[in-house]
Design a binder for this molecule. Structure first.
Ligand SMILES: *[C@@H]1O[C@H](CO)[C@@H](O)[C@H](O)[C@H]1NC(C)=O
Ligand SMILES: *[C@@H]1O[C@H](CO)[C@@H](O)[C@H](O)[C@H]1NC(C)=O
Ligand SMILES: *[C@@H]1O[C@H](CO)[C@@H](O)[C@H](O)[C@H]1NC(C)=O
Ligand SMILES: *[C@@H]1O[C@H](CO)[C@@H](O)[C@H](O)[C@H]1NC(C)=O
Ligand SMILES: *[C@@H]1O[C@H](CO)[C@@H](O)[C@H](O)[C@H]1NC(C)=O
Ligand SMILES: *[C@@H]1O[C@H](CO)[C@@H](O)[C@H](O)[C@H]1NC(C)=O
Length: 440
Protein backbone atom coordinates (compact mmCIF):
# COMPACT_ATOMS: atom_id res chain seq x y z
CA UNK A 1 0.00 0.00 0.00
CA UNK A 2 1.31 3.48 -0.85
CA UNK A 3 2.21 5.70 2.05
CA UNK A 4 -0.32 8.43 1.33
CA UNK A 5 -3.10 5.84 1.16
CA UNK A 6 -1.96 4.58 4.56
CA UNK A 7 -1.97 8.10 5.94
CA UNK A 8 -5.56 8.65 4.81
CA UNK A 9 -6.53 5.27 6.24
CA UNK A 10 -4.87 6.19 9.51
CA UNK A 11 -6.76 9.51 9.61
CA UNK A 12 -10.11 7.82 8.93
CA UNK A 13 -9.42 5.29 11.65
CA UNK A 14 -8.68 7.81 14.33
CA UNK A 15 -12.00 9.46 13.51
CA UNK A 16 -13.82 6.12 13.63
CA UNK A 17 -12.58 5.02 17.03
CA UNK A 18 -14.53 6.67 19.81
CA UNK A 19 -12.48 8.22 22.56
CA UNK A 20 -14.94 7.78 25.43
CA UNK A 21 -14.57 5.34 28.27
CA UNK A 22 -11.72 3.78 30.17
CA UNK A 23 -8.21 3.30 28.88
CA UNK A 24 -5.22 1.02 29.44
CA UNK A 25 -3.11 3.89 30.80
CA UNK A 26 -1.61 3.22 34.17
CA UNK A 27 -1.33 -0.54 33.69
CA UNK A 28 2.21 -0.04 32.41
CA UNK A 29 3.85 3.27 33.39
CA UNK A 30 4.83 5.51 30.46
CA UNK A 31 8.54 6.31 30.83
CA UNK A 32 10.51 9.35 29.94
CA UNK A 33 13.84 8.00 28.78
CA UNK A 34 17.11 9.57 29.93
CA UNK A 35 19.15 8.69 26.83
CA UNK A 36 18.44 8.90 23.11
CA UNK A 37 20.51 7.20 20.43
CA UNK A 38 19.76 6.94 16.72
CA UNK A 39 20.23 3.88 14.53
CA UNK A 40 22.26 6.13 12.20
CA UNK A 41 24.90 6.55 14.97
CA UNK A 42 25.61 2.83 14.50
CA UNK A 43 25.92 2.86 10.74
CA UNK A 44 22.21 2.41 10.00
CA UNK A 45 21.28 3.39 6.44
CA UNK A 46 17.62 3.86 5.52
CA UNK A 47 17.95 3.38 1.78
CA UNK A 48 15.83 0.24 1.58
CA UNK A 49 18.79 -1.81 0.33
CA UNK A 50 21.51 -1.78 2.96
CA UNK A 51 21.08 -4.65 5.42
CA UNK A 52 21.19 -3.06 8.89
CA UNK A 53 21.49 -6.17 11.08
CA UNK A 54 24.86 -5.09 12.51
CA UNK A 55 23.58 -1.56 13.25
CA UNK A 56 20.58 -2.89 15.23
CA UNK A 57 22.81 -5.36 17.14
CA UNK A 58 25.34 -2.61 17.97
CA UNK A 59 22.67 -0.12 19.05
CA UNK A 60 20.99 -2.62 21.34
CA UNK A 61 24.35 -3.68 22.77
CA UNK A 62 25.01 -0.01 23.49
CA UNK A 63 21.69 0.27 25.36
CA UNK A 64 22.69 -2.74 27.48
CA UNK A 65 26.07 -1.13 28.25
CA UNK A 66 24.54 2.25 29.12
CA UNK A 67 22.39 0.56 31.79
CA UNK A 68 20.71 3.93 32.11
CA UNK A 69 18.32 4.09 35.07
CA UNK A 70 15.63 5.80 32.99
CA UNK A 71 16.32 3.71 29.93
CA UNK A 72 17.20 4.61 26.36
CA UNK A 73 15.34 5.52 23.17
CA UNK A 74 16.50 3.86 19.97
CA UNK A 75 15.38 6.40 17.39
CA UNK A 76 14.63 5.26 13.83
CA UNK A 77 14.53 8.31 11.52
CA UNK A 78 12.47 8.45 8.31
CA UNK A 79 13.76 5.93 5.76
CA UNK A 80 13.51 2.23 5.03
CA UNK A 81 15.78 0.13 7.25
CA UNK A 82 16.12 -3.40 5.94
CA UNK A 83 17.34 -5.84 8.60
CA UNK A 84 17.48 -9.44 9.66
CA UNK A 85 15.66 -10.34 12.89
CA UNK A 86 16.82 -8.79 16.20
CA UNK A 87 16.26 -8.95 19.97
CA UNK A 88 15.14 -6.11 22.21
CA UNK A 89 16.57 -5.46 25.65
CA UNK A 90 15.06 -4.14 28.91
CA UNK A 91 14.46 -0.44 29.54
CA UNK A 92 14.31 0.66 25.94
CA UNK A 93 11.94 2.47 23.63
CA UNK A 94 12.07 1.58 19.95
CA UNK A 95 10.82 4.84 18.42
CA UNK A 96 9.84 4.90 14.74
CA UNK A 97 9.56 8.42 13.32
CA UNK A 98 6.86 9.26 10.82
CA UNK A 99 7.83 7.54 7.54
CA UNK A 100 10.35 5.28 9.27
CA UNK A 101 10.08 1.66 8.14
CA UNK A 102 11.83 -1.34 9.67
CA UNK A 103 11.67 -4.00 7.01
CA UNK A 104 12.44 -7.71 7.44
CA UNK A 105 14.80 -9.39 4.98
CA UNK A 106 13.29 -12.32 3.13
CA UNK A 107 16.18 -14.67 3.73
CA UNK A 108 14.20 -17.69 4.87
CA UNK A 109 17.16 -20.09 4.45
CA UNK A 110 19.43 -18.45 7.04
CA UNK A 111 16.63 -17.49 9.45
CA UNK A 112 17.65 -18.70 12.96
CA UNK A 113 15.60 -21.27 14.85
CA UNK A 114 14.21 -21.24 18.40
CA UNK A 115 13.10 -24.11 20.61
CA UNK A 116 9.40 -24.92 20.62
CA UNK A 117 7.36 -23.24 23.35
CA UNK A 118 6.99 -25.64 26.31
CA UNK A 119 3.20 -25.09 26.34
CA UNK A 120 2.97 -26.16 22.68
CA UNK A 121 5.54 -28.99 22.66
CA UNK A 122 6.35 -28.32 18.98
CA UNK A 123 5.98 -25.56 16.42
CA UNK A 124 2.37 -24.53 15.84
CA UNK A 125 2.41 -25.54 12.21
CA UNK A 126 5.41 -27.87 11.80
CA UNK A 127 6.95 -30.38 14.23
CA UNK A 128 10.18 -29.36 15.98
CA UNK A 129 11.48 -25.84 16.56
CA UNK A 130 10.24 -22.63 15.01
CA UNK A 131 11.78 -19.71 13.19
CA UNK A 132 12.73 -17.02 15.71
CA UNK A 133 10.41 -14.01 15.74
CA UNK A 134 11.48 -10.96 13.70
CA UNK A 135 11.49 -8.68 16.75
CA UNK A 136 11.83 -10.62 20.03
CA UNK A 137 11.95 -9.65 23.68
CA UNK A 138 12.73 -12.66 25.88
CA UNK A 139 12.92 -12.27 29.66
CA UNK A 140 12.84 -8.48 29.46
CA UNK A 141 10.87 -5.71 31.16
CA UNK A 142 10.01 -2.05 30.57
CA UNK A 143 9.94 -1.98 26.77
CA UNK A 144 8.04 0.43 24.54
CA UNK A 145 7.63 0.16 20.77
CA UNK A 146 6.12 3.44 19.59
CA UNK A 147 6.60 6.59 17.54
CA UNK A 148 4.69 8.55 14.93
CA UNK A 149 3.01 5.62 13.21
CA UNK A 150 6.11 4.38 11.45
CA UNK A 151 5.89 0.89 10.00
CA UNK A 152 7.28 -2.54 10.84
CA UNK A 153 6.99 -4.53 7.62
CA UNK A 154 7.45 -8.32 7.84
CA UNK A 155 7.49 -8.82 4.03
CA UNK A 156 5.59 -12.02 4.75
CA UNK A 157 4.88 -12.89 1.10
CA UNK A 158 7.73 -15.40 0.79
CA UNK A 159 6.59 -17.17 3.96
CA UNK A 160 2.92 -17.26 2.85
CA UNK A 161 4.01 -18.82 -0.44
CA UNK A 162 6.07 -21.48 1.36
CA UNK A 163 2.95 -22.29 3.41
CA UNK A 164 0.85 -22.45 0.24
CA UNK A 165 3.38 -24.70 -1.54
CA UNK A 166 3.85 -26.80 1.61
CA UNK A 167 7.60 -26.19 1.58
CA UNK A 168 7.89 -24.80 5.14
CA UNK A 169 10.42 -26.76 7.19
CA UNK A 170 9.53 -25.13 10.51
CA UNK A 171 6.79 -22.91 11.91
CA UNK A 172 6.85 -19.37 10.50
CA UNK A 173 8.18 -16.44 12.59
CA UNK A 174 5.94 -13.95 14.37
CA UNK A 175 6.46 -10.27 13.55
CA UNK A 176 6.77 -9.24 17.23
CA UNK A 177 6.98 -11.64 20.16
CA UNK A 178 7.53 -11.13 23.87
CA UNK A 179 8.26 -14.15 26.09
CA UNK A 180 8.58 -14.16 29.89
CA UNK A 181 8.38 -10.37 29.84
CA UNK A 182 6.51 -7.67 31.72
CA UNK A 183 5.68 -4.00 31.38
CA UNK A 184 5.48 -3.77 27.61
CA UNK A 185 3.68 -1.10 25.57
CA UNK A 186 3.19 -1.24 21.81
CA UNK A 187 1.54 1.95 20.53
CA UNK A 188 1.30 4.32 17.57
CA UNK A 189 2.88 1.94 15.11
CA UNK A 190 1.74 0.26 11.90
CA UNK A 191 2.47 -3.43 11.44
CA UNK A 192 2.14 -4.97 8.05
CA UNK A 193 2.55 -8.25 6.22
CA UNK A 194 3.63 -10.39 9.15
CA UNK A 195 4.91 -13.85 8.14
CA UNK A 196 2.66 -15.43 10.83
CA UNK A 197 0.89 -13.98 13.93
CA UNK A 198 1.60 -10.23 14.29
CA UNK A 199 1.97 -9.70 18.05
CA UNK A 200 2.47 -12.69 20.35
CA UNK A 201 2.90 -12.03 24.09
CA UNK A 202 3.53 -15.43 25.68
CA UNK A 203 4.19 -16.02 29.43
CA UNK A 204 3.91 -12.22 29.89
CA UNK A 205 2.15 -9.89 32.30
CA UNK A 206 1.36 -6.19 32.17
CA UNK A 207 1.21 -5.92 28.40
CA UNK A 208 -0.50 -3.03 26.57
CA UNK A 209 -1.24 -2.52 22.86
CA UNK A 210 -2.94 0.75 21.89
CA UNK A 211 -3.29 2.87 18.76
CA UNK A 212 -1.87 0.02 16.74
CA UNK A 213 -2.74 -0.55 13.08
CA UNK A 214 -2.22 -4.09 11.81
CA UNK A 215 -2.61 -4.85 8.11
CA UNK A 216 -2.23 -8.02 6.05
CA UNK A 217 -4.16 -9.24 2.99
CA UNK A 218 -7.39 -11.17 3.65
CA UNK A 219 -5.89 -14.22 1.93
CA UNK A 220 -2.60 -14.23 3.88
CA UNK A 221 -2.47 -17.46 5.96
CA UNK A 222 -2.51 -17.28 9.79
CA UNK A 223 -1.70 -13.58 10.04
CA UNK A 224 -3.54 -13.24 13.40
CA UNK A 225 -3.46 -9.69 14.80
CA UNK A 226 -2.73 -10.01 18.53
CA UNK A 227 -2.62 -13.38 20.34
CA UNK A 228 -2.20 -13.05 24.14
CA UNK A 229 -1.00 -16.53 25.14
CA UNK A 230 -0.59 -17.76 28.74
CA UNK A 231 -0.39 -14.09 29.73
CA UNK A 232 -2.14 -11.96 32.32
CA UNK A 233 -3.05 -8.31 32.72
CA UNK A 234 -3.15 -7.63 29.02
CA UNK A 235 -4.95 -4.55 27.70
CA UNK A 236 -5.62 -3.91 24.02
CA UNK A 237 -7.47 -0.79 22.86
CA UNK A 238 -8.09 1.80 20.14
CA UNK A 239 -6.65 -0.31 17.38
CA UNK A 240 -7.49 -1.20 13.80
CA UNK A 241 -6.75 -4.74 12.64
CA UNK A 242 -7.43 -6.16 9.20
CA UNK A 243 -5.72 -9.47 8.47
CA UNK A 244 -6.12 -12.97 7.05
CA UNK A 245 -6.95 -14.67 10.35
CA UNK A 246 -8.40 -13.93 13.80
CA UNK A 247 -8.00 -10.25 14.75
CA UNK A 248 -7.45 -11.05 18.43
CA UNK A 249 -7.22 -14.64 19.74
CA UNK A 250 -6.62 -15.43 23.40
CA UNK A 251 -4.74 -18.69 23.90
CA UNK A 252 -2.92 -20.72 26.59
CA UNK A 253 -1.09 -23.71 25.16
CA UNK A 254 -1.83 -26.84 23.20
CA UNK A 255 -3.29 -30.07 24.54
CA UNK A 256 -1.01 -32.21 26.79
CA UNK A 257 1.81 -29.63 26.59
CA UNK A 258 -0.44 -26.74 27.61
CA UNK A 259 -2.03 -28.82 30.40
CA UNK A 260 1.42 -29.75 31.78
CA UNK A 261 2.69 -26.15 31.58
CA UNK A 262 -0.54 -24.96 33.23
CA UNK A 263 -0.30 -21.21 32.73
CA UNK A 264 -3.65 -19.52 32.05
CA UNK A 265 -4.43 -16.31 30.22
CA UNK A 266 -6.22 -14.10 32.71
CA UNK A 267 -7.52 -10.57 33.11
CA UNK A 268 -7.53 -9.58 29.45
CA UNK A 269 -9.26 -6.32 28.47
CA UNK A 270 -10.03 -5.44 24.86
CA UNK A 271 -11.84 -2.25 23.90
CA UNK A 272 -12.51 -0.04 20.92
CA UNK A 273 -11.07 -2.36 18.33
CA UNK A 274 -12.20 -2.16 14.73
CA UNK A 275 -11.46 -4.41 11.78
CA UNK A 276 -12.18 -7.08 9.25
CA UNK A 277 -11.14 -10.70 8.57
CA UNK A 278 -12.37 -13.85 6.83
CA UNK A 279 -12.00 -15.56 10.24
CA UNK A 280 -12.96 -14.25 13.70
CA UNK A 281 -12.99 -10.77 15.20
CA UNK A 282 -12.65 -11.61 18.88
CA UNK A 283 -11.62 -15.21 19.54
CA UNK A 284 -10.77 -17.37 22.52
CA UNK A 285 -8.92 -20.52 21.47
CA UNK A 286 -8.64 -22.93 20.12
CA UNK A 287 -5.42 -23.65 22.11
CA UNK A 288 -6.66 -23.02 25.67
CA UNK A 289 -5.16 -25.94 27.60
CA UNK A 290 -3.75 -23.73 30.37
CA UNK A 291 -7.16 -22.07 30.80
CA UNK A 292 -8.59 -18.65 29.89
CA UNK A 293 -10.52 -16.53 32.40
CA UNK A 294 -11.62 -13.00 33.28
CA UNK A 295 -11.86 -11.56 29.78
CA UNK A 296 -13.75 -8.37 28.91
CA UNK A 297 -14.09 -7.26 25.27
CA UNK A 298 -16.23 -4.17 24.60
CA UNK A 299 -16.98 -1.60 21.91
CA UNK A 300 -15.89 -3.80 19.06
CA UNK A 301 -16.71 -2.80 15.49
CA UNK A 302 -16.41 -5.54 12.85
CA UNK A 303 -17.16 -5.65 9.13
CA UNK A 304 -16.79 -8.23 6.33
CA UNK A 305 -16.16 -11.05 8.76
CA UNK A 306 -16.18 -14.79 8.85
CA UNK A 307 -17.39 -15.01 12.47
CA UNK A 308 -17.88 -12.01 14.76
CA UNK A 309 -17.09 -13.64 18.10
CA UNK A 310 -15.68 -17.16 18.26
CA UNK A 311 -14.99 -19.19 21.38
CA UNK A 312 -13.39 -22.46 20.31
CA UNK A 313 -11.96 -25.54 21.97
CA UNK A 314 -11.86 -29.30 21.52
CA UNK A 315 -11.77 -32.60 23.39
CA UNK A 316 -8.11 -33.18 24.33
CA UNK A 317 -7.51 -29.51 25.10
CA UNK A 318 -8.55 -29.76 28.75
CA UNK A 319 -8.31 -26.45 30.63
CA UNK A 320 -11.18 -24.01 31.03
CA UNK A 321 -12.78 -21.00 29.40
CA UNK A 322 -14.74 -19.03 31.98
CA UNK A 323 -15.91 -15.56 32.95
CA UNK A 324 -15.78 -14.14 29.44
CA UNK A 325 -17.87 -11.03 28.70
CA UNK A 326 -18.24 -9.54 25.24
CA UNK A 327 -20.38 -6.44 24.98
CA UNK A 328 -21.30 -3.56 22.68
CA UNK A 329 -20.35 -5.19 19.43
CA UNK A 330 -21.44 -4.09 15.98
CA UNK A 331 -21.00 -6.57 13.14
CA UNK A 332 -21.70 -5.72 9.53
CA UNK A 333 -21.68 -8.52 6.96
CA UNK A 334 -20.59 -11.83 8.44
CA UNK A 335 -21.09 -15.51 7.79
CA UNK A 336 -21.96 -15.95 11.45
CA UNK A 337 -22.44 -13.56 14.36
CA UNK A 338 -21.55 -15.72 17.35
CA UNK A 339 -19.96 -19.16 17.48
CA UNK A 340 -19.11 -21.16 20.60
CA UNK A 341 -17.83 -24.57 19.66
CA UNK A 342 -16.26 -27.65 21.22
CA UNK A 343 -14.88 -29.25 18.07
CA UNK A 344 -12.46 -26.76 16.53
CA UNK A 345 -8.77 -27.22 15.76
CA UNK A 346 -6.12 -29.89 15.45
CA UNK A 347 -3.92 -31.81 17.89
CA UNK A 348 -0.11 -31.48 18.24
CA UNK A 349 0.31 -35.26 18.01
CA UNK A 350 -1.53 -38.45 18.90
CA UNK A 351 -0.43 -38.37 22.54
CA UNK A 352 -3.23 -35.95 23.52
CA UNK A 353 -5.55 -37.16 26.29
CA UNK A 354 -9.03 -37.93 24.95
CA UNK A 355 -10.34 -37.57 28.53
CA UNK A 356 -9.08 -33.99 28.80
CA UNK A 357 -12.48 -32.31 28.43
CA UNK A 358 -12.43 -28.50 28.46
CA UNK A 359 -14.81 -26.71 30.84
CA UNK A 360 -16.68 -23.81 29.25
CA UNK A 361 -18.83 -21.76 31.63
CA UNK A 362 -19.92 -18.22 32.34
CA UNK A 363 -19.92 -16.68 28.86
CA UNK A 364 -21.94 -13.47 28.49
CA UNK A 365 -22.64 -11.73 25.19
CA UNK A 366 -24.58 -8.50 25.57
CA UNK A 367 -25.59 -5.59 23.37
CA UNK A 368 -24.58 -7.30 20.16
CA UNK A 369 -25.91 -5.80 16.90
CA UNK A 370 -25.49 -7.23 13.45
CA UNK A 371 -26.57 -6.53 9.94
CA UNK A 372 -26.17 -8.77 6.91
CA UNK A 373 -25.44 -11.77 9.11
CA UNK A 374 -26.02 -15.08 7.34
CA UNK A 375 -26.48 -17.13 10.53
CA UNK A 376 -26.97 -15.45 13.92
CA UNK A 377 -25.26 -18.09 16.01
CA UNK A 378 -24.07 -21.60 16.54
CA UNK A 379 -23.38 -22.99 20.00
CA UNK A 380 -22.13 -26.54 20.00
CA UNK A 381 -20.96 -27.88 23.37
CA UNK A 382 -19.37 -31.23 24.14
CA UNK A 383 -21.51 -34.32 24.62
CA UNK A 384 -21.91 -35.14 28.35
CA UNK A 385 -19.91 -31.97 29.14
CA UNK A 386 -22.26 -29.15 28.15
CA UNK A 387 -21.20 -25.52 28.09
CA UNK A 388 -22.98 -23.88 31.02
CA UNK A 389 -24.10 -20.43 32.18
CA UNK A 390 -24.15 -19.05 28.67
CA UNK A 391 -26.01 -15.73 28.63
CA UNK A 392 -27.19 -13.85 25.57
CA UNK A 393 -28.55 -10.44 26.52
CA UNK A 394 -29.91 -7.93 24.03
CA UNK A 395 -28.56 -9.59 20.91
CA UNK A 396 -29.97 -8.60 17.54
CA UNK A 397 -28.45 -10.46 14.61
CA UNK A 398 -31.43 -10.55 12.34
CA UNK A 399 -29.53 -9.60 9.19
CA UNK A 400 -31.10 -8.68 5.87
CA UNK A 401 -29.45 -11.48 3.89
CA UNK A 402 -30.49 -14.06 6.45
CA UNK A 403 -30.05 -17.38 4.70
CA UNK A 404 -30.13 -19.43 7.88
CA UNK A 405 -32.24 -17.36 10.23
CA UNK A 406 -32.17 -19.77 13.14
CA UNK A 407 -29.71 -20.41 15.91
CA UNK A 408 -28.23 -23.90 16.10
CA UNK A 409 -27.41 -25.27 19.54
CA UNK A 410 -26.47 -28.52 21.22
CA UNK A 411 -25.05 -29.48 24.61
CA UNK A 412 -25.44 -25.98 26.03
CA UNK A 413 -27.23 -24.54 29.07
CA UNK A 414 -28.00 -20.94 29.81
CA UNK A 415 -30.46 -18.19 29.14
CA UNK A 416 -31.31 -15.38 26.84
CA UNK A 417 -33.05 -12.06 27.17
CA UNK A 418 -34.09 -9.83 24.24
CA UNK A 419 -32.53 -11.99 21.54
CA UNK A 420 -33.57 -11.67 17.91
CA UNK A 421 -33.99 -13.79 15.94
CA UNK A 422 -35.46 -16.12 18.54
CA UNK A 423 -32.60 -18.16 20.08
CA UNK A 424 -32.47 -21.92 20.46
CA UNK A 425 -34.72 -23.62 23.02
CA UNK A 426 -31.71 -24.65 25.19
CA UNK A 427 -31.23 -20.97 26.06
CA UNK A 428 -34.83 -20.15 26.88
CA UNK A 429 -34.96 -20.40 30.65
CA UNK A 430 -38.25 -20.87 32.46
CA UNK A 431 -37.08 -19.01 35.59
CA UNK A 432 -36.86 -15.53 34.14
CA UNK A 433 -33.39 -14.41 33.24
CA UNK A 434 -31.47 -17.43 34.62
CA UNK A 435 -27.72 -17.14 34.18
CA UNK A 436 -28.15 -13.69 32.64
CA UNK A 437 -29.28 -12.28 36.00
CA UNK A 438 -26.00 -13.14 37.72
CA UNK A 439 -23.84 -11.79 34.98
CA UNK A 440 -25.38 -8.57 33.75
C1 LIG B 1 16.18 11.53 19.60
O1 LIG B 1 17.18 11.98 18.70
C2 LIG B 1 16.73 12.25 17.37
C3 LIG B 1 17.91 12.66 16.54
O2 LIG B 1 18.89 11.68 16.58
C4 LIG B 1 15.68 13.34 17.41
O3 LIG B 1 15.20 13.59 16.11
C5 LIG B 1 14.54 12.90 18.29
O4 LIG B 1 13.57 13.91 18.40
C6 LIG B 1 15.06 12.55 19.69
N1 LIG B 1 13.96 11.97 20.46
C7 LIG B 1 13.80 12.24 21.75
C8 LIG B 1 12.63 11.56 22.41
O5 LIG B 1 14.53 12.97 22.35
C1 LIG C 1 17.94 -13.50 20.80
O1 LIG C 1 17.27 -14.08 21.90
C2 LIG C 1 17.14 -15.48 21.82
C3 LIG C 1 16.24 -15.95 22.96
O2 LIG C 1 16.69 -15.48 24.19
C4 LIG C 1 18.51 -16.13 21.85
O3 LIG C 1 18.41 -17.53 21.73
C5 LIG C 1 19.31 -15.60 20.66
O4 LIG C 1 20.62 -16.09 20.70
C6 LIG C 1 19.37 -14.08 20.68
N1 LIG C 1 19.96 -13.60 19.44
C7 LIG C 1 20.89 -12.69 19.42
C8 LIG C 1 21.42 -12.32 18.09
O5 LIG C 1 21.31 -12.18 20.44
C1 LIG D 1 -1.37 6.68 14.87
O1 LIG D 1 -2.50 6.07 14.32
C2 LIG D 1 -3.55 5.86 15.26
C3 LIG D 1 -4.62 5.03 14.59
O2 LIG D 1 -5.15 5.68 13.52
C4 LIG D 1 -4.04 7.22 15.74
O3 LIG D 1 -5.10 7.05 16.64
C5 LIG D 1 -2.88 7.92 16.42
O4 LIG D 1 -3.28 9.21 16.84
C6 LIG D 1 -1.69 8.05 15.48
N1 LIG D 1 -0.56 8.49 16.24
C7 LIG D 1 0.26 9.46 15.85
C8 LIG D 1 1.36 9.79 16.79
O5 LIG D 1 0.13 10.01 14.77
C1 LIG E 1 -6.79 -6.51 35.46
O1 LIG E 1 -6.53 -5.62 34.37
C2 LIG E 1 -6.99 -4.32 34.59
C3 LIG E 1 -6.91 -3.52 33.32
O2 LIG E 1 -6.47 -4.23 32.23
C4 LIG E 1 -6.19 -3.72 35.73
O3 LIG E 1 -6.60 -2.40 35.96
C5 LIG E 1 -6.38 -4.57 36.97
O4 LIG E 1 -5.54 -4.12 38.02
C6 LIG E 1 -6.06 -6.04 36.71
N1 LIG E 1 -6.52 -6.84 37.83
C7 LIG E 1 -5.70 -7.67 38.49
C8 LIG E 1 -6.34 -8.47 39.56
O5 LIG E 1 -4.52 -7.79 38.25
C1 LIG F 1 -14.76 -11.68 35.76
O1 LIG F 1 -13.79 -10.98 35.02
C2 LIG F 1 -13.78 -9.59 35.27
C3 LIG F 1 -12.72 -8.98 34.35
O2 LIG F 1 -13.11 -9.10 33.03
C4 LIG F 1 -13.47 -9.32 36.73
O3 LIG F 1 -13.53 -7.94 36.96
C5 LIG F 1 -14.46 -10.04 37.60
O4 LIG F 1 -14.08 -9.89 38.94
C6 LIG F 1 -14.49 -11.52 37.25
N1 LIG F 1 -15.55 -12.18 37.99
C7 LIG F 1 -15.32 -13.23 38.76
C8 LIG F 1 -16.53 -13.79 39.44
O5 LIG F 1 -14.23 -13.73 38.92
C1 LIG G 1 -33.79 -6.26 12.63
O1 LIG G 1 -32.88 -5.42 13.29
C2 LIG G 1 -33.04 -4.07 12.99
C3 LIG G 1 -31.88 -3.30 13.60
O2 LIG G 1 -31.73 -3.59 14.97
C4 LIG G 1 -34.40 -3.61 13.46
O3 LIG G 1 -34.58 -2.26 13.14
C5 LIG G 1 -35.47 -4.46 12.79
O4 LIG G 1 -36.75 -4.12 13.30
C6 LIG G 1 -35.23 -5.92 13.01
N1 LIG G 1 -36.15 -6.73 12.23
C7 LIG G 1 -36.81 -7.76 12.73
C8 LIG G 1 -37.69 -8.50 11.77
O5 LIG G 1 -36.69 -8.11 13.90
Amino acid sequence: MHNHVLQILVLCLSAAISADGETCSGIVPMRHRAENISITDFGGVGDGETVNTAAFAAAIKKIEQLRSEGGTVLYIPPGVYLTERFNLTSKMTLFLAKDAVIKATQDTLDWPLADPLPSYGRGRERPGGRYMSFILGDGVHDIIITGENGTIDGQGGVWWNMWRRRTLRYTRPHLIEFMHSSQVIISNVILKNSPFWNIHPVYCSYFVAQYVTILAPADSPNTDGIDPDSSSNVCIEDSYISTGDDLIAIKSGWDEYGIAYGRPSSNITIRRVKGSSPYAGIAVGSETSGGVEHVLAEHINLFNMGVGIHIKTKVGRGGFIRNITVSDVHIKNARRGIKISGDVGDHPDDRFNPNAIPVVEGITMKNIRGEKIRQPGLIKGIKNAPFTSICLYDVNLNGSIAEITTWECSDVEGSSVKVSPWPCSELISRQGTGSCSIQT
